[in-house]
Design a protein around this ligand. Structure first.
Ligand code: ADP
Ligand code: ZN
Length: 440
C-alpha cells in the first residue's frame, strides 16, 4: 500500500493543548447559548421550562443542564424556525431525510460554510491530500452534504477537483483512470462497487494513481476497509458527519486509523445513555450528542444523533489532541442507510397512507447484492384492489415506486402482496428485515 504522509491542516487548532481547548470551548459555548436563547424561541422556551438561564451556563461542565434537541425539532420547526441569524445572513441550505415524508433542512451562514469547509479540509489533509492531488468527488451533489462538502474541502486544500457526483460507474472509472485521480471521496459501499467493476471492465488496477480514499455517510467495517484497500491499493479513511451539525468532516480518521478525531474547537461531543439521557464516561458505548459552538446560522444544542459509538480520549500518535469517536455500531432509532441515503420506515408509511388500494401493512427488506444495497418494499393490497385487474395492480405498483422515489430519494422495488400476507405481530411490528452483513 502506498504510504500517506502524516499531514495536519491546522496544527494550531488540531493539536491544541487540551486545557486551552477546554477554555476555548467554554467561551464558545457561552456565546452560543446566549445566541440561541436570544434568537430562537424553541431554545428559550425549553430552557425556561427547564429552569435554566443563559448565565447558569459558564462552560462545558454545565452542558448537562441544557435540554436536548432532536430530529423531530427540525421537522417541527421546518424550514426556518431554528435559525439564530436573519434569513439574509443564510447563504446555503442543505438537507437530509426526516423521519416522515418531509426533509429536514439546515441553514448555513457564510461563517458556517467556512467552518464546514475547514473541517473537510482537515479530513482530506489527514488522508494525505494536498495541492498536488486530484480528488474525485463521487458523493451526490445537491441538498445532501456529501458532494458539496467534499468539493469545498478539496478546493480548500488546493487540489484539482473532479466533481463527478454519484452514479455512472463506467464514466467514474474512465475519469479516474484517464485523469489520474489520486483520491476518491464516496460512500464505502459504492467504492467497493467501483473497485469490483474496475476489473470486470478490463482495467488493470496498476494503471490507476489512486492512493487514498475518504469514505463515509454510512456505517462500514474493518473488513470493508481491508477489502477497499486491496481493491484499489489505497489507504481507506473514515469520515463522519451529519447535516444538522455541519455535514461531513465533523470527525475524520488520521494515519493511525483508530477512531475519528472530532473537530472539538467547533463541536462538543458527549456520549449519553440512550434511555435515561445521562452522560456516560469516555470509553462507554452510548448515543452520541453534539453541541455546535461556532455555528451562527442554525446552532444545535445537545443534538441527539441516534448514532451509537464510544469516545476515546487517549493520546493519538498523529499528534492531534482532539477526542476520537469509534465506528458507528448502531442506531437508537429505526433509520436505515441505503446507498448512503437515510431512510426511515415512517417516510415509506407516509407514502403508502396517501395511496388508495393498499393497506397500511408493509415490510422493508434490505439486501446487499454485489456490494450494492437493494430495498424491497412489500405492501399489502386491500381486498378490493386484490380482486382488480392486472393492469390496475401494475399501475398501482408503478405509482408507489414513483412516490417512494420522489419522497425518499431512492429507487425501491415494490412488491404487492395479497391481503394479510405480511405477518402481524403482537407488539411492535417488524417493519425491517435487514439481510446485509455489516460486519464484513
Ligand atoms: P451525511 O451526508 O454525512 O450522510 P446525513 O445528515 O445525511 O449526513 O446523515 C447523517 C448520518 O449518516 C449520521 O447520523 C450517521 O448515522 C450516518 N453516517 C455519516 N457518516 C458515517 C460514517 N462514517 N460511519 C457511519 N455512519 C455515518
Ligand atoms: Zn490521530
Amino acid at each position: 500500500m502506498k504510504v500517506t504522509e502524516n499531514k495536519i491542516y491546522n496544527p494550531e487548532a488540531e493539536c491544541m493543548d487540551r486545557a486551552a481547548l477546554r477554555e476555548l470551548q467554554d467561551r464558545r459555548l457561552v456565546e452560543t447559548v446566549n445566541r440561541v436563547y436570544n434568537n430562537v424561541p424553541l431554545y428559550r422556551e425549553r430552557m425556561q421550562a427547564a429552569g435554566v438561564k443563559p448565565e447558569d451556563i459558564k462552560g462545558v461542565d454545565d452542558l448537562h443542564l441544557l435540554p436536548f434537541t432532536n430530529k423531530t425539532d427540525l421537522r417541527d420547526e421546518f424550514p426556518f424556525g431554528l435559525l439564530a441569524a436573519p434569513k439574509s445572513e443564510i447563504v446555503r441550505i442543505q438537507g437530509s431525510s426526516g423521519t416522515t415524508g418531509k426533509p429536514i433542512v439546515a441553514g448555513y451562514t457564510r461563517n458556517d460554510v467556512d467552518v464546514w469547509t475547514e473541517m473537510v479540509a482537515r479530513s482530506l489533509t489527514a488522508a494525505g491530500a494536498g495541492k498536488d492531488d486530484i480528488i474525485q468527488v463521487t458523493y451526490g451533489y445537491g441538498l445532501f452534504t456529501g458532494g458539496l462538502g467534499a468539493h469545498q474541502g478539496a478546493s480548500q486544500v488546493g487540489a484539482m477537483v473532479i466533481p463527478m457526483s454519484s452514479g455512472n460507474t463506467q464514466r467514474q472509472l474512465m475519469m479516474m483512470h484517464d485523469l489520474g485521480a489520486t483520491m476518491l471521496c464516496c460512500t464505502p459501499s459504492y467504492a467497493i462497487y467501483l473497485g469490483e467493476s474496475l476489473k470486470e471492465l478490463g482495467y488493470d488496477p496498476k494503471e490507476f494513481r489512486l492512493k487514498s480514499g475518504c469514505f463515509g455517510a454510512e456505517p462500514w467495517t474493518e473488513e470493508m476497509r481491508k477489502k477497499l484497500e486491496g481493491l484499489f491499493d489505497i489507504n481507506a479513511y473514515n469520515i463522519y458527519g451529519l447535516t444538522e451539525i455541519g455535514g461531513p468532516g465533523v470527525a475524520f480518521e488520521c494515519c493511525a486509523k483508530n477512531g475519528m478525531h472530532i473537530n472539538e474547537d467547533h463541536v462538543i461531543a458527549e456520549i449519553v445513555d440512550p434511555e435515561t439521557g445521562e452522560p456516560l464516561p469516555y470509553g462507554e458505548s452510548g448515543e452520541l450528542v453534539f453541541t455546535t459552538i461556532t455555528k451562527t446560522g442554525m446552532p444545535m444544542i445537545r443534538y441527539r444523533t441516534h448514532d451509537i459509538c464510544v469516545l476515546d480520549d487517549s493520546p493519538c500518535p498523529c499528534g492531534r489532541t482532539h477526542l476520537r469517536m469509534g465506528r458507528i455500531t448502531g442506531r437508537t432509532d429505526d433509520m436505515l442507510i441505503i446507498r448512503g441515503v437515510n431512510v426511515f420506515p415512517g417516510q415509506i408509511e407516509s407514502v403508502l397512507l396517501r395511496i388508495p388500494g393498499v393497506a397500511p401493512h408493509y415490510q422493508l427488506i434490505v439486501d446487499r447484492v454485489n456490494s450494492t444495497d437493494r430495498l424491497e418494499v412489500q405492501v399489502e393490497l386491500t381486498d378490493e384492489m386484490f380482486s382488480d385487474t392486472v393492469a390496475d395492480v401494475e399501475k398501482l405498483q408503478h405509482t408507489i415506486t414513483e412516490q417512494i422515489k420522489s419522497v425518499v430519494g431512492i429507487a425501491a422495488k415494490v412488491k404487492l402482496v395479497p391481503p394479510k400476507a405480511i405477518p402481524r405481530s403482537e407488539g411492535k411490528s417488524k417493519r425491517i428485515i435487514d439481510n446485509r452483513d455489516l460486519t464484513k
